[in-house]
Design a protein around this ligand. Structure first.
Ligand code: BGC
Length: 758
């Protein structure tokens, strides 16, 4: 008996100590048995939390720097952190500043570490090409590596969560955020989503160089009506599932730690308060275990949508629909405790959201060491290192698309006597970084290599580089034309740099007119009139329209915005040190009236067979149906021959596969890479199918005269679609195989039949 009482005393003392410890020092969270599985630790911690502390975990504030939306916070963030009212901060970076906020969290009762989120969209300090440019590389290893470097730098700088990748499909180049995604195609978009998620998360959360990925914006943000940012989205469930959801599903399967919902409403229901999207599809059907953060203030914005009357109802709608964290909206922190107390929101909903967030904090290792991402020495060596810049240069080389190269004008000789570099973007630096690059103060002026510098770096003393700006990016002043023409007249070759400024594509940067802005195309006309060989480099964040240039300039290179090493990479391509290999991930329209324009359209009952015969056909009477440049298009300095298509069988059933093989030969003078593309078409189905759909691709590097055999495999997954009942299934019938160098440049065709098994 005595023994028993002694034991009891001991255990009571122990329990008391443990309890006291939990009140005073999180380091003694050893009470959360460090060996226990994370889910158990989360449960143990949850038991200790007050309702207010739980809601605090769902609350994310922006620091006052680099805001990308309206700041709603009025109080002192640091004080609120100490009170346990904040779970995450966005827009603070650098180990020194992050440490300050994390230290505040360590003064809160339970010492739960903060998550630090940032828009690390295309590089952190070393800026990589904008995502749409990287998508043009069709090179998953390069895209993954870019995300890897971005994560390594960001993690060394204290950040543990990036709001990327944006996996929104977009078929509307008026939408400024098209720059941030992977273009128009769900298959290519899904492959890129996987590459980016894996790149950001590296060897997994817990590694010192991994940050949490965030697949955004869930969902269909890229289908904003009329291409106007934040606008409503009204699409069929079929389009949602076939076009907009696949990259998100791919991101889930690749292990994306978090999701962000979106500003738009989808068929009448704001995405942020959309139960169908977040609970039914994401957390239900897809079994997603990560957490969902709102977009900036999007919970509160449901009031403006006319979906809820006030912040209280906004909070209720969002948490019920499955939005776990409130980004800079204050709806949760101000309303959820009361909503739970009044019984309007069940505590189980709150617990589920908190669990998801705590789980990630444990996985990141933040409970073991909240400052593990705050090593200032590491930050100095990792961020913006020469090695990272070299990788950025190589990714930038791969991201350019050669649109035209009459008479092999490119590559240029390095022995030219005089080159004239003309145009408002020739010496631009900040514009090379693009819209989502983080501001780096003074270094903005030193870091990105301009085209002018890139060409100078490339040339020896025997070549003179003449320069004339010619005009500004977006006004009507032609005063500089005369000097530009004079420079052109003196030169052997003219290189022009035209396009958009960094803030003309991006968030809230939709444009109704997407022609090359200002008088730049008039400047091109004036230079072309000199008769000098002319190479035009078009820089921008979206497909721009430049019909005159497309018709008259002998060589056009679409460079997008290429980041830190832009100028060097462009010079590498201009002078043949890199043979361009990019292919467009999005169709380029001839006029805004064609938008939305995409290669995987449906046939219609009156398809246009010949552009000459538009009467009673699905056509424009004042414009071609075809894009100016098609999806998948891009030239090389060399040429490729496709031949010898073979199919392992002409029929297959659901369980079988057909192996396709063909020969790809480099028939030109330069070593080069080709992206061979496989498209399929289901001729007859119970739901009409697009005229072609990308189902596979491969990027191959070949020396002159070299041939390789390319293999693609067709299985039933490539043939399935959502039937009339929206069930993912196959139907028997004939399929067309199209293999080519672009969606409008099909080189090999064949057919096969799917025989359905019972
Ligand atoms: C954007 C998000 C971004 C967030 C934080 C919002 O305005 O839509 O994509 O991650 O701001 O900067």
């Amino acid at each position: 008996m005595l023994v028993f009482i002694r034991m009891l005393k001991l255990s009571i003392t122990t329990i008391l100590l443990i309890w006291l410890g939990s009140l005073t020092c999180f380091a003694q969270q050893n009470t959360l048995d460090s060996q226990a599985p994370i889910a158990q630790k989360v449960d143990q911690l949850l038991l200790k939390m007050t309702l207010e502390e739980k809601v605090g975990q769902l609350n994310q504030y922006a620091s006052y720097k680099n805001a990308t939306g309206p700041i709603n916070s009025t109080g002192n963030i640091v004080d609120e952190i100490k009170q346990g009212r904040v779970g995450s901060i966005l827009k603070v970076n650098g180990t020194v500043d992050i440490r300050i906020y994390q230290q505040a969290a360590m003064q809160s009762r339970l010492k739960i570490p903060l998550l630090f989120g940032e828009d690390v969209i295309h590089g952190y300090h070393t800026t990589f090409p904008i995502p749409l440019a990287e998508a043009s590389s069709w090179d998953m290893a390069a895209i993954g590596l870019s995300a890897r470097i971005a994560a390594t730098e960001a993690a060394a700088s204290g950040i543990n969560w990036t709001f990327a990748p944006m996996v929104d499909i977009s078929r509307d180049p008026r939408w400024g955020r098209i720059m941030e995604g992977a273009g128009e195609d769900p298959y290519l978009g899904s492959q890129i989503a996987i590459a980016r998620v894996k790149g950001f998360q590296g060897n997994g959360l817990g590694s010192l160089d991994a940050v949490m990925a965030c697949a955004k914006h869930f969902a269909a943000y890229g289908a904003a009506i009329a291409g106007r940012d934040y606008n409503s989205v009204d699409i069929s469930d079929r389009t949602l599932w076939e076009v907009y959801l696949p990259p998100f599903k791919a991101a889930v399967d690749a292990g994306a730690a978090t999701f962000m919902n979106s500003f738009n409403e989808l068929n009448g229901i704001p995405a942020t308060g959309n139960t169908y999207l977040q609970r039914d599809i994401l957390k239900g059907q897809w079994g997603y275990k990560g957490f969902v953060v709102s977009d900036w203030g999007s919970i509160t914005e449901m009031i403006n949508h006319g979906f809820v009357a006030d912040k209280r109802h906004a909070a209720m709608a969002a948490i019920t629909a499955g939005c776990d964290m409130d980004m800079e909206g204050r709806s949760y922190i101000d309303n959820l405790p009361q909503l739970v107390k009044s019984g309007a929101v069940s505590v189980a909903l709150i617990d589920d959201a908190v669990r998801r967030i705590l789980q990630k904090k444990f996985e990141l290792g933040l409970f073991d060491d909240p400052f593990r991402f705050c090593n200032t020495e590491r930050e100095k060596t990792v961020v913006n290192s020469p090695e990272n810049k070299a990788i950025a240069r190589s990714v930038a080389q791969k991201s350019m698309v050669l649109l035209k190269n009459d008479n092999q004008l490119l590559p240029l000789s390095k022995n030219l006597k005089q080159i004239a570099l003309i145009g408002p973007l020739a010496k631009a630096k900040k514009d090379m970084r693009g819209f989502w690059a983080l501001p780096w103060g003074e270094s903005d002026e030193t870091d990105p290599v301009s085209l002018y510098e890139g060409i100078q770096n490339k040339l020896g003393n025997n070549t003179t580089l003449l320069y004339a700006k010619g005009c500004n990016i977006d006004d009507t002043v032609r005063a500089g034309f005369a000097d530009a023409v004079k420079a052109a007249q003196q030169a052997d070759v003219v290189v022009m740099a035209v396009g958009e400024a960094f803030d003309m594509s991006g968030e809230a940067k939709s444009r109704a007119n997407i022609h090359i802005p200002g008088v730049q195309e008039d400047l091109i006309k004036a230079i072309r009139a000199t008769g000098k060989p002319l190479v035009v480099l078009v820089m921008g964040g979206r497909p721009l329209i430049f019909n005159w240039t497309a018709d008259h300039a002998p060589a056009i290179l679409y460079t997008w915005w290429l980041g830190t090493e832009a100028g060097n990479a462009m010079a590498d391509v201009l002078f043949g040190d890199y043979n361009p290999s990019g292919k467009l991930p999005v169709s380029f329209p001839r006029s805004e009236g064609q938008i939305p324009i995409y290669y995987s359209y449906k046939s219609t009952g009156r398809p246009l067979i010949s552009p000459a015969d538009v009467v009673y056909k699905s056509a424009y009477i004042d414009q071609l149906n075809t894009p100016r440049y098609a999806f998948g298009y891009g030239l090389s300095y060399t040429s490729f021959k496709y031949s010898d298509l073979k199919l392992s069988a002409k029929t297959m059933n659901d369980k079988q596969k057909i192996l396709i093989s063909f020969a790809l030969t480099n028939t030109g003078k330069y070593a080069g890479e080709e992206v061979a593309q496989l498209y399929l078409h289901d001729r007859v189905a119970s739901v009409t199918r697009p005229v072609k759909e990308l189902k596979d691709f491969i990027k191959v590097n070949l020396k002159p005269s070299e041939t390789c055999v390319v293999n693609f495999e067709i299985d039933s997954k490539k043939l399935a679609f959502y039937n009339q009942k929206m069930i993912w299934s196959t139907e028997p019938g004939m399929f067309d195989i199209m293999i080519g160098s672009a969606s409008d440049d099909i080189r090999l065709t064949d057919t096969f039949q799917l025989i359905k098994t019972q």
